[in-house]
Design a protein. Structure first.
Length: 347
């Protein structure tokens, strides 16, 4: 019988040591090999929906660093794009969508389009699993992912990025029935999309809720906890052996309630979360993932080593996946990532 992969053992509650390590945005602009691939396509969506290129990008950091997990190269806004909302990525501006502000906009979303539109991304999942085996990287787990409904809705309603997502939060208060309808459409689409990724070969999945911390406690429960609980429950019913990682960024003291109420197997912790405090909030044994500041990685040297060592010392004896508290920033030298991985491996 094959020994389960280190990441999967951890996500199901085993305190593996040294801990497995992978990094959010481990495939991206900081790598010269990524920039070479990116230059071959006209836009970011084309890169995400060209299986050969997306597979290559997914595998680049695994070949370079031998990380414990590959994460599908894609974007959290695939679902609104697949449902029919126009999407573009502009240099220096990020994602741009037509703002969705009324019932007509919500009604125009078409779930029947979803699976046809994401078919190339599912082919990437299949290809990555095949290539990991073919290249002797079979100990590397494959993580699929989606944006959580609230965070995805932020971009859909606002029409792009924002410092405070005022229009989105305003809709949640002024028209809660419409906002709930939008989130429910997204939750169902997320279940379908992640189920298809699992069928294609993803061994764990992650929900990115990057803007969860913008909400008041009541709104957090209504729009983050409720939809996440539904998604985790549906996936658990269909695929009970596949762990789900939740990442409610900036959740603060609500992190324990999030874990208990949603049933996630592991929780990603952002840079601002004190690990000792997080453990005191849980009251349940769950795997932790995080939470080195990406700017400590950018700085490298003694600062990076000190921060990383503190995290490792705090989490020894717990089921823990070493990661960042947010994604790698593009200016990060690849040599710093190599040093970090070596440091974790030597813990």
């Amino acid at each position: 019988m094959d020994t389960p992969k280190r990441l999967l053992r951890t996500l199901t509650g085993e305190a593996v040591w040294p801990p497995p390590v992978w990094l959010m945005r481990q495939a991206g602009r900081y790598l010269p090999e990524y920039r070479a691939v990116r230059s071959k396509v006209k836009d970011f969506i084309s890169l995400c929906t060209t299986p050969e290129l997306a597979t290559e990008v997914t595998l680049q950091p695994i070949r370079r660093y031998r990380l414990d997990a590959a994460i599908l190269f894609s974007d959290i806004l695939v679902i609104p794009w697949a449902l029919g909302q126009r999407l573009a990525f502009r240099e220096g501006e990020g994602p741009v969508l037509p703002p969705l502000r009324d019932a007509a906009g919500v009604a125009a979303l078409d779930p029947s389009r979803l699976m046809d539109q994401v078919a190339p991304i599912l082919e990437t999942v299949r290809k990555v699993r095949q290539r990991l085996q073919a290249e002797g990287l079979g100990d590397t787990a494959l993580i699929g992912f989606a944006g959580a409904p609230f965070t995805v809705a932020c971009y859909m309603v606002e029409g792009g990025g924002s410092r405070d997502f005022a229009a989105t939060r305003g809709m949640a208060f002024s028209d809660p029935a419409l906002f709930t309808r939008l989130l429910d459409i997204l939750a169902d689409a997320t279940v379908s999309y992640l189920s298809a990724q699992i069928e294609a070969g993803a061994e764990a999945v992650m929900l990115f809720d990057s803007w969860a911390g913008l909400l008041s406690p009541g709104q957090f429960r209504a729009h983050v906890v409720r939809t996440t609980r539904y998604i985790v429950g549906e996936l658990g019913r269909r695929y009970p052996a596949v762990p789900v990682i939740g990442f409610p960024r900036l959740a603060g003291l609500l992190i324990g309630e999030y874990v208990r109420a949603t049933g996630v197997h592991a929780v990603g912790l952002d840079t601002g979360m004190d690990l000792v405090l997080a453990k005191s909030q849980m009251r349940t044994r769950v795997a932790y993932q995080g939470n080195l500041d990406p700017f400590a990685l950018l700085a490298g040297g003694a600062a990076m080593r000190e921060e990383s060592t503190s995290i490792l010392e705090s989490m020894r004896g717990w089921p823990f996946v070493f990661n960042l508290g947010h994604g790698i920033v593009p200016q990060t030298p690849p040599a710093h990532v190599a040093e970090l991985v070596e440091l974790v491996r030597a813990a």
